[in-house]
Design a protein around this ligand. Sequence first.
Ligand code: UDP
Length: 358
Amino acid sequence: MRIVLISTPIGFLGSGKGGGVELTLNSLVSGLLSLGHSVDVIAPKKSKLYEKNKKAKLHFVEGEEQISWQHQNYNSSVSIPDNSLLAGMVEKGLDIAKKADVLLNMSYDWLPIWMTLNVDTPIAHIISMGSESSLISNLISKVYGKYPSNFAFHSKIQANDYPFIKKPIIIGNGFNLNNYTFQDSVKGPLAWVGRVAPEKGLEDAVYVANELGEKLKVWGVTEDETYASEVEQSFPEKTIDWMGFLSTNELQKELGKCRVLLNTPKWNEAYGNVIVEALACGVPVIAYKRGGPSEIIQHGETGYLVDPDDKKNMISCVKIIEKIERNKCREWVEKNASTDIFANKVVNWLNKVMHEYK
Ligand code: UDP
């Protein structure tokens, strides 16, 4: 197959602003290339693919970024800026896709989904978030009426946010195991990884660390400075050890030294890449039973799931984290979330999409 991928219109690939989509896109490209498919990626200027993915053709687009939907009101109308990056990416994608089999959209936004109804090119969509906009959900519902196979989701719980989708296509996610080294660091510090933004609930993890009299190591892009300093000021000085945003290789080296990852989302997390990355390094995860994490973590085997917002229970789980065998964590990723497993699911799905257009 020749597949044309549209990246996120928020941040260039490698900036961290696009969140999990950046890693997911790279994993997917690796998996597709290794299955022998040809891949074009349409992405913002300055984007970089992993070295391993240099056989994919990268096409740059310049323009104004979109505002991410998780930071707008649920009922906001769509806004497309002058010189829109998203419009530019869709235009270029459609042009290149004239000679390809399918256009695969990874941006959670209105325009590419709307286009599905208005062009002959098959456009398939990996929906990377729960329902964050009524207008996008309504549009997905409308397009789904005509093209029921064109949407895929990362987890069942995420897909539940779109109740009109009767039998959702679930593709999970994929991780290149070679990029993560197993470490048996049972005595390490507490970790938290994610975009520093309200929907990620950093304050709860800092609370847990503080109650235990420990520091919390925090990795990720600070998306919301005001929120970050509010969280910092709510706890004693230096409870948070800000580690910044690191490349996957650097991140995994540091993350692997930790004894547990705390994951405290306040929204219906679509998947939660950082959970699987921690597991791949042998780091167990304690997470709220909210969204994707509840489908990934095997309670008592690879970490613990606690009721949403139950910080006290999270503290109790940290105290017994040494019961989790770290090699079981790594094993789960190998069996369930490799790039090959992921790419195969995507290819099967895309074949189904293309079949609808015949
Ligand atoms: N990440 C990274 N370096 C860091 C911190 C995070 O590359 O220092 C990446 C991480 O690998 C993951 C992404 O940020 O792929 C966060 O994705 P996740 O699915 O957890 O959440 P999202 O941001 O998509 O809501």
